[in-house]
Ligand binder design. Sequence first.
Ligand SMILES: [Zn+2]
Length: 402
Amino acid sequence: MGSFKIGRIFGVDVGVHWSWIFIFAIVTWSFATGVLQSFYPQWTSGERWAGGAAIALVFFLSILLHELSHSVVSNRRGLPVRSITLFVFGGVSNLEREPDTPGLEFWIAIVGPLTSLALGLVFTVGWLAIRPVSDGIAGISANLALINGSLALFNMLPGFPLDGGRVFRSIVWHRNHDRLRATHTASTLGQWIAYGIMGIGVVYTFYGGIFSGVWFLLIGFFLRNASVASYEQLLIESTLSHISVRDMMRTDLHPVGPETSLEELVHERFLRSEARAFAVVAAGDIAGLVTLSDVRKVPRDEWPTTSVYRAMTPASRLHTVTPDENLAKVLQLMAQHDVNQLPVVRGHELLGLVTRGDILRYVHVRQDLGVKAADALVHPGGQRDGQTSTTPSEPSERPLLR
Ligand SMILES: [Zn+2]
């Protein structure tokens, strides 16, 4: 959303979010009017801006390498990364699911800061090697070394979901064998670190550096929200992973016949109930599923003459679940296939329908009742590997701050 794809590296789609353009502009500007101005006063302003943009490009590649290092380790260890998106606060890797062992999480997380550190060292060597030849290029290299070094340091702060926070969580998780509690600890620490960063922002703002101040404040806010959201998400998913489809599915299906017209379907069914999808059943077997979006694809004036059979998604193309599947897995499937309901089947027999709306209502009621971590912890052995977003209503991929 709001980002454009720039290419594919090691099988990973690389995208740039529009907000990244700010960073590009700021880096270009600070080099053009700072380092380049002092080292190359003889340059025209056009040359300085072009130089600044070139350095910003190298900076961009540094961040990209950091993200790619996460992806390469993750892919190698059997946890596919679909895409990387660079945005104003750095990069986000969209892992297909969360790492399921602390060891895996540790390595995927730590390789990023290590890559930035290595880049910092490369630019430091560059600075030392080039210094006798060209003060200017050496100065640029020194700045890039500093930037990469700071990136490594910042990302190693032990606040979840920063890399360092993930490393921290993996260590706690390794020790207590409880991912949810480890996440709670890491997320709490993440929030304190976020408040610390905001505090620095306030101090900067009052003592002159309004730009840096606002910047720190924004990063702090972002980090705090990300910490809270990632824990809540995990909590929801671990709760849902203990509930099976059987307990949540609708069984009052009132299926429609394949020959029903869309006109009749809309007036007799959709307008008279809150259902957004109906199973199409022929001779006792499920023939398909017809949803509001299927109907919407057919022009209004063709409704009387179009049969449900022609508009529905046929059973062969439907994703289905069994009654024993857990709800965390179901939400993940819905996100993956971008659908709001899944038919529950055993063999060819249609047993019910499980909808995103019902699952979300359940989650919200639980939240309203104040059902917290302790309750979710009552049931041990919960595996979680769902998709994550701030709430499960967004069918987006798992955003991990990297
Ligand atoms: Zn990272």
